[in-house]
Ligand binder design. Sequence first.
Ligand SMILES: Cc1ncc(COP(=O)(O)O)c(C=O)c1O
Length: 466
Amino acid sequence: MTFIAIENYGAKIHLKSSNHVTYFQPHYNRVLVTAHFHYVCKTVKRKTFLTAASLLAIGAASKKADASVMAEIPADTDDEQYWSALRASLFPLEAGKTYLNNGTMGITPYPVLAAMKESFDYVATKGAYPMHKDDLQNAIAAMIGCESGEVAVTKNVSEGINLACWGIGLKRGDEVIMTTHEHAGGCIAWLHRAKTDGIVIKTFQLGKNAEETLFNLEKTITKKTRVIAVPHIPCTIGQILPVKEICAMAKTRGIKTAIDGAHPPGMIQFSVKDIGCDYYSGCLHKWTLAPLGTGFFYISKDVLAETRCQHVAAYSSNEFNMSTNPPQGGTLVDNAHRFYYGTFCGPLFDGALAAIKLYNKIGPERIERRARAHAEYLQNNLLDMGSKIQVLTSTEARSRGAQIGFRITNSNPKASQEFCTQMGAKKIVLRYVGENAVDCVRVSTHYYNNREEIDLLIKELKSYLG
Ligand SMILES: Cc1ncc(COP(=O)(O)O)c(C=O)c1O
């Protein structure tokens, strides 16, 4: 069997022969190619082959390859071969696994792993302490459409939710509106504040479309409402909420908005300025495919001064002197950096930066289109299955992202959960959503998924339903 090896980080592409290539083995300066990819290369035209080869070089993942070879990715392609090549070259996911659980975490691509390794190696070999730099927060700010000084890098969404929750000045009896579809990370901070500070949590139901959701929300607003804290995309059924209209509704009433943005970054394109929220807590390790444990907190500069910052340390402030009497403390920095402080894992940040670069290179528009098209395709098939399936995610185009939630409605009350478990045993990874009594199967799609994988899931579901 012939295989291709990329050496020298893609600067040169060598074609070699081997009889024994049955696995995909990445090293950081050498990539052996899967039989699957070999098939792709053999069957595509020369032009596509060069593109595919360049994708392999991305897999090789040096900064050199990133700069020189990624530019060769064609501007326009819906070509399955292109996406197959990309999947084979960028992702370590084991062969035969159908991964449809991006809503929990994305698969870390090789360039991200490579950036982390390089960074860990650098820290260890040079004895170099990772200083805070602006490059990651700059990249996040560009991605979500705000100023760099409005972004703090966090370890996860829950951290951002907590920064907003405990940062907003609230008194006993003040009301916070949330949905009935919150994730633990989205609601536990608020529920705890209700216990400790006597704020009141009110909830509303998601509608079957944006208009109905807005109607339900508006009915819940009272004179005591101080905050609307809702997910941009709930983890349960993946419906995109009309956050721009929600924020506009809030603003005219002087209500603060804190958006849980666990799912949208890397899935759908958006701008926090366009949304008009006060706070937005995002995840980087889901659709953005950054390392686990990376996220961000956006805080509009308009609310920075009034937001309490309870946890502070080095980088939150530049001024202190404990040798004077009394000891001197200074002011906090005049930007979101006050919220992230102390020693951090530089290699994780470097991995996150590599992920955002990769996202930008492949193309946010193209990624979104493909991930959403998979979900639409799945939803249409589910709708065709009739009454044994209840599709929970809105069919409205603007409300449907890259996640579909559905419930199996046969006589077995545990059918949805059982189906997820059975699929797990067959290497099809789904998420059963039992929390908030939602009881559904959640399927999350990304650009590395393909039609055959969705078809496989549909086939399995039909067979399960009998
Ligand atoms: C909607 C939503 N909010 C919050 C979280 C918590 O995220 P993290 O674990 O990154 O803190 C998740 C995690 O999946 C989520 O889906």
